[in-house]
Design a protein around this ligand. Structure first.
Ligand code: SF4
Length: 322
């Protein structure tokens, strides 16, 4: 059965495809984020423009103060914008709800989620060795720390991208649930996807559902959501995905020939070693599920984690740490 995807709400740095709001009047054109636009509700924001730093502007940078806190500073005007940026971030947070994920501009002193350059002192030319985040994101993460968050550069790696997409489309579905029946159905459909993140947390989610007593749905929903976000605070891996695929494969152990089994196990090993894509393994399991008319498996979200139009195998940054 074709999965109908709810649209996730994604906060995105405005200079990613939306507006020429970078300090030099530039914007980043990113093909994947453009393609994703059709399937998500983007919430674009440029924090620097929001604090009245018009485009074009002289660049900002981060430096450490005496207490090792990061400060947002514009050397050309000798102005510190840290407090203004923090205030805007808190205002933004108060108006933002139902967000499923974040795509931020890589290495920006405002939006960057990590890898932002920070200078040792206000007038130093020497940067620290540590990885820092931008001031806007620093505030946002107080509330959204464990939500799916990536930058446009990391999303060029298809493993990171698939992980991010699987999470945001799952969270968007979760928001639509209105009653316990829908929640049970959601848990059942996501069983193997959750297993690919953390088996223990997946069991904890069942425990929460089991504590339902007719009039505590809101309470259960809220507790379940917290655990779901915790589950998604980790990344899946080819090893964890393979384990989940192996569990699904057991449904077909009687109906598959010896040769099919051998071929599947060999393919799974190749997938674990990053020699074939996720979609190859998924398609094998899907074909067997369709042949055996196994609706339970056909409806598993791990076999259909995001719109198929978004499947891409281009990977322009293979050296990324997962
Ligand atoms: S990185 Fe953030 S602050 Fe900088 S231009 Fe882009 S949206 Fe604006």
């Amino acid at each position: 059965m074709e999965r109908i995807f709810s649209k996730p709400n994604i906060v995105i740095s405005k200079c990613l495809n939306f507006d020429n709001c970078r300090y030099n009047w530039d914007k980043i054109n990113d093909d994947f984020l453009l393609k994703l636009w059709k399937y998500v509700n983007y919430i674009p924001v440029c924090p620097e423009v929001e604090i009245w730093l018009w485009t074009p502007r002289m660049p900002l940078r981060l430096h450490l103060d005496d207490k090792e806190n990061t400060r947002l500073y514009q050397p050309s005007s000798k102005t510190d914008f840290t407090e203004k940026m923090k205030k805007f971030s808190i205002d933004f947070l108060s108006k933002t709800e139902n967000t499923d994920g974040f795509i931020m501009k890589n290495r920006s002193p405002s939006c960057g989620i990590w890898d932002v350059k920070v200078y040792n002192k206000i007038d130093s030319h020497v940067s620290t060795q540590r990885s820092w985040s931008g001031i806007f994101w620093d505030e946002i993460r107080q509330e959204y720390r464990w939500y799916p968050t990536e930058d446009e550069w990391r999303l060029k790696n298809f493993r990171i991208r698939e992980d991010f997409l699987s999470k945001i489309f799952c969270l968007a579905d979760f928001k639509e649930l209105q009653d316990i029946k829908a929640l049970i159905d959601f848990q059942a459909k996501n069983k193997y996807l959750f297993m690919a993140y953390n088996q223990n947390t997946q069991k904890e989610l069942w425990r929460i559902i089991a504590s339902y007593n007719k009039d505590n749905f809101d309470e259960i929903y809220s507790e379940y959501k917290d655990w779901l976000i915790t589950l998604f605070s980790t990344r899946n891996s080819t090893k964890k995905l393979s384990n989940a695929y192996m569990h699904i494969f057991w449904y077909f152990k009687e109906s598959c020939t010896k040769e099919e089994k051998e071929f599947f196990l060999e393919s799974l090993d190749m997938f674990k070693d990053d020699r074939i894509p996720n979609s190859s393994v998924i398609n094998m399991l899907k074909i067997w599920a369709l042949r055996d008319k196994n609706d339970y498996i056909i409806n598993q979200t791990i076999l259909n984690p995001f719109p198929k139009e978004l499947i891409e195998l281009s990977n322009s940054w293979k050296s990324l740490k997962l």
